[in-house]
Design a protein around this ligand. Structure first.
Ligand code: IMP
Length: 195
């Protein structure tokens, strides 16, 4: 079986991609290859960060791999938090602070102008080749939290294609079907299955 590394330690991402790829690939995370490094993510675009993480694994471990990076782009905030989504509130991965900051900065923005999108970039390094896959979902930022599922900014993001619920009010399969990461991952899987 061919081996493919994801430059992540996120068990949820690993499980999701394992399910989508079936037994085509042995999918491994960073811990599985003995990598416990804090991989730099200092690029100023999500594409750049995805590439940086994948290149790190390729360089240090010589393995085919892919990496994803996601940002929430809010139009009224000139595309912020974007590449800074994980630590927008000042503390890495503190979603409550991140949401508080967004709601505070958007306090005076009326609903029609609260447009936003999640974008995910996936970079796959295979042999000497590099491939980019992208997924996005358009939506609105609500004025308060709705729902308790999901993670990150899910409770204030209402996708345009849905029925008015936020991502945090959907179950995982409903969210994956229309989400930024679900779409980017589906493209990657389609590409790998064609090989
Ligand atoms: P990452 O690149 O997947 O680590 O995502 C960066 C940050 O974007 C996360 O820390 C979350 O705050 C946010 N984010 C990514 N994906 C989602 C999502 O599906 N829903 C809500 N927030 C997300």
């Amino acid at each position: 079986m061919k081996r493919l590394v994801i430059a992540t330690n996120n068990a949820h991402k690993l499980e999701e991609i394992r399910q989508m790829l079936g037994d085509m690939y042995e999918v491994q995370g960073l811990a599985d290859i003995g990598c416990h490094d804090d991989i730099p993510e200092t690029a100023d675009t999500i594409e750049g960060n995805a590439e940086m993480k994948a290149q790190y694994v390729k360089l240090h471990y010589g393995l085919d791999c892919f990496s994803d990076d996601t940002g929430l782009e809010i139009d009224a905030l000139n595309g912020e938090p974007g590449v800074h989504s994980a630590r927008y509130g000042g503390v890495a991965h503190d979603s409550e602070r991140n949401i508080d900051k967004v709601l505070r900065l958007m306090a005076d923005v009326p609903m029609p102008k609260r447009t936003a999108r999640f974008r995910t970039a996936i970079v796959l390094l295979q042999g000497d080749e590099q491939h980019l896959f992208e997924g996005k979902v358009e939506g609105h930022i609500l004025t308060e939290r709705h729902g308790t599922g999901g993670f990150g900014y899910d409770s204030i993001f209402q996708p345009v294609e849905g029925d008015g619920r936020t991502f945090a009010q959907m179950d995982a399969s409903e969210k994956n079907a229309i989400s930024h990461r679900g779409r980017a991952t589906a493209q990657l899987v389609e590409f790998l299955k064609r090989q």
